[in-house]
Design a protein around this ligand. Sequence first.
Ligand SMILES: Cc1ncc(COP(=O)(O)O)c(C=O)c1O
Length: 421
Amino acid sequence: MNVPGLVQLDEWQSNYAHRVETMRTSAVRDLFAAASRTDIISLSGGMPNINRLPLDQVSQVVARAVLDEGVAALQYGDTSGREQTKQLVVKLMSDLSIAITPADVTITTGAQQALDLLGKTFINKGDVVITEGPTYLGALQAFSAYQPQIVTIPLDEEGMRTELLAAELERLGSRGAKFIYTVPNFQNPAGVTMSLRRRKHLLELARHYEILVVEDDPYGRLRYRGEPLPSLRSLDDHVVYLGTVSKVFAPGLRTGWVIAPHPVLARLNMVKQGTDLCGSALNQVIVEHYFNDIDWRANLNLLIEQYRLRRDAMLAALDELFPPEARWTHPEGGFFVWVTLPDYVDTTQMLPLALERGVTFVPGDGCYPAGSSLGKNAMRIAFCYEEPENLREAIGRLAAVIEKRLELCRIFVSAGLLKAS
Ligand SMILES: Cc1ncc(COP(=O)(O)O)c(C=O)c1O
């Protein structure tokens, strides 16, 4: 019986697999769940702003999906996805100079499923997986179910610091890691983009040490400044590439894809069978119709315009309102800015104060593997979801919280209770 106010004892505690012991639910998410106030401006969510999607067009696409495909849209299908969806992916990828055929593609339930399938297929307990530091929280969650040792390589404004990767690979030796996971474009959470020089260096190292590279590219088409760079996969066809419609159409359709060398793809498909038999045929048909039948590029351009304004508004507000002790990245696309504060500040401790002030962010340590002491003085702030005026207001609120925290920390430092960096 549930007694309100009493913490439930878990009678199945001893039955759970060891792998779930190392998984963590985000304390931050729990905190957000508790905060249902409508005056809160969220800089924490990475939700695309799809409010301006033309719903009349989308509803026609959905209707046509059912009418044109009939029961095929409602039936089980091939584990690797519908042939027509794979053909669409081939077409979309040719924009990025990635030359493939449908046989190189598996359709997944979002890129997130591809991350899980990669973990399930490649990782034994204790295996080394290399990621950027910080990295995408969802990748950490997907991989950590398989209990790897996650080694993070620091990044800067040019993306993963490949000179540090070289040193790590030298230490680990040939095939010393199962794969290198990277988000080269407008990285989540740091917002930075890997330079061409580093892309080439990364691929050189991966070839030399015979290590698979996984390129996760949900934001590549969301560029607001500067020129696009070649994808890793377009430079080397050994790369496993993950794509998704989540940020260019609709995340609710949970449709993504993985492009991989054939033997790898065969294993991923086998593993996928046990996971979901097949993805949603209906969602795949909707995606096909959206990208084949309507002017999706025009819709995407409108979205890009919105995001560009938001990015500019956030960077301008940061310049104007944030204290001089703070540093932040300057993304040319995507959704996120990464803010770094002096070492002695702990952003997780700051979060309740920020909530009180009506603003949320993601504390940086969640973007590092569990047990790491890195990222404590950092935060991810997202500009994708809120209107420019709200972003300015939110940055002002956050600046006030940071100022207060810095003041307190300075008192602690001068009293010898905290070490200055
Ligand atoms: C880097 C990265 N990879 C993968 C995903 C998951 O994408 P999907 O919605 O396709 O599962 C996200 C979502 O935010 C992401 O930021």
